[in-house]
Design a protein around this ligand. Structure first.
Ligand SMILES: Cc1cc2nc3c(=O)[nH]c(=O)nc-3n(C[C@H](O)[C@H](O)[C@H](O)COP(=O)(O)O)c2cc1C
Ligand code: SF4
Length: 449
């Protein structure tokens, strides 16, 4: 590990586009680079069925949770501040963070949750967002499954016992798999949340299927018995039931989307989308099949593509310079994996609008890679997560060719540290006025105790 850290510092880091180009050429990474960033200004159509949404540019904000909702699940002042910043960023597509569909499926008492009682608070927030931007905003609907926690007490809801995950989450050992009867009624909860999201003014809903939350675990339930485990048909049943219910209530002029994990990057039979003989390789056969079915049967028109799980192997979905552990690979290898997987999906499913990921790590070079990725058919829209936390006008500045290296995310993982400490989160580095005092109190002082 230490050897890699040294190698990373000396051999893989870049401080200019020329240095990045040299590393990419030397290592053979699948990372396109262009000096011309004008493709970021391209418009993009999302065909929702009865309405085509035309994005004014090709830049999106990924779903980014702040863990700052009120106990009843409504947005707080900090939540609203975050969405108003995202709205002013210049991005043409906005995505809400994870919003729980049931109380027992929240990651904390501060995760957002939409209910008939608090929907007006969401409507007020979306109305404020819409005063600033005409970018469509998608509501991410989730059940946190294994990572559910209330009143600081974890109460994992798991699809199957999973020794690979239990290596890093020994607290899950012995948890019985959730019953079929519980899963049987979930589709109605998603449909109710989708109806509320539309009432609040969201332009579409995202059925979240990634990062080892409940629906992502459904896909890897190779060892589960009964109608939700084993065969492809059984492992996709819960997802299709939910799509059926949501589709029945979602107006045809609203976008049906998914934050979709194309591979867990965990060994078979504990992970989905992994080469059965080599866990280091992804195999997108099932992801492509499922996405194609969701498009044909339900009108899925947009995905925000991702991989891995932040709880198990965070370097996979957010390559970093500093994290909870020293990543076993150079961060650019992670960027390359994310880009090439997006390209494989986009190439196979041309009618699907694909948001790609992996760009925040590239700091001041991110516009050059993002624009080249659009040109090269890797994706239709480039998504930014941590960059959007850090840099308030990141998209505007990219589009104007004035991207400022002093304002970029530095992938230091302090926002993740806040999250891991059960705190509200944001960027203590670039959004210091709000989040540095919070980081000092909730991380630094807490760690001293
Ligand atoms: C603090 C934090 C909160 C996140 N919350 C969500 C979330 O609510 N839903 C989701 O799908 N992904 C979430 N993610 C993952 C991001 O959407 C994104 O996939 C990841 O940060 C990689 O993109 P980036 O390299 O541009 O940051 C979160 C990531 C971070 C760091
Ligand atoms: S704390 Fe800020 S700079 Fe560090 S990774 Fe998070 S968003 Fe980026």
């Amino acid at each position: 590990m230490f050897a890699y850290e040294m190698k990373n510092a000396n051999t893989y880091n870049f401080s200019s586009l020329g240095e990045l180009e040299a590393i990419v050429a030397r290592e053979g990474y699948d990372i396109p680079i262009s000096r011309d960033t004008s493709s970021l200004s391209r418009t993009v159509d999302i065909d929702a069925g009865e309405k085509v949404y035309t994005l004014k540019n090709s830049i999106s904000v990924h779903p980014m949770e702040g863990f700052d909702g009120e106990e009843d699940g409504s947005p707080s002042d900090l939540t609203r501040r975050r969405y108003l910043r995202f709205a002013a960023s210049g991005a043409a597509l906005l995505w809400s963070e994870a919003i729980a569909v049931v109380p027992e499926g929240r990651t904390s008492d501060h995760q957002l949750m939409i209910t008939p009682e608090n929907v007006d608070k969401y409507a007020e927030m979306i109305a404020e967002v819409k005063k600033i931007t005409d970018a469509p905003i998608i509501a991410q609907l989730t059940h946190s499954g294994r990572f559910s926690k209330n009143k600081f007490t974890p109460h994992p809801i798991i699809m199957q016992q999973n020794t690979e995950i239990e290596k890093v989450r020994p607290q899950d050992v012995g948890t019985p798999p959730v019953s079929d009867e519980y899963l049987d009624q979930l589709h109605a909860r998603y449909a109710e949340a989708a109806v509320l999201a539309v009432r609040a003014g969201f332009d579409g809903v995202d059925i979240k299927i990634c990062h080892q939350y409940l629906l992502s675990e459904a896909l890897s339930s190779f060892l589960r018995e009964g109608k939700y485990g084993g065969s492809y048909e059984n492992r996709t049943r819960l997802i299709k039931d939910i799509f059926t219910a949501v589709r029945a209530y979602l107006p045809k002029d609203k976008i049906l989307a998914s934050r979709f994990g194309v591979s867990d990057m965990l060994p078979y039979p504990y992970g989905y989308g992994t080469d059965k003989g080599d866990a280091a390789k992804f195999d997108l056969t099932e992801a492509k099949r499922l996405l194609s079915e969701l498009m044909d049967e339900f009108g899925l028109s947009l995905i925000d593509m991702t991989m891995g799980s932040p709880y198990i192997a965070p370097h996979i979905n957010r390559p970093y310079n500093k994290g909870g552990y020293v990543a076993p690979e150079p961060p650019l290898a992670g960027v390359s994996r994310l880009l090439s997987a997006a390209k494989e999906i986009k190439t196979a499913l041309q009618a699907l609008t694909v948001v790609g990921t992996g760009y925040s790590y590239l700091r001041e070079c991110s516009p050059n890679v993002a624009s080249a990725a659009l040109d090269g058919g890797y994706c239709d829209v480039v998504g930014f997560g941590r960059m959007a936390f850090a840099y308030d006008t990141f998209a505007k500045d990219m589009l104007a060719g004035k991207f400022n290296s002093a304002k970029t995310c530095i992938t230091c993982s302090k926002c993740t540290e806040l999250m891991r400490h059960g705190s509200v989160t944001g960027c203590p580095i670039r959004d210091q006025e709000i989040y540095l005092p919070i980081y000092r109190k909730n991380v630094m002082e807490a760690d001293k105790k």
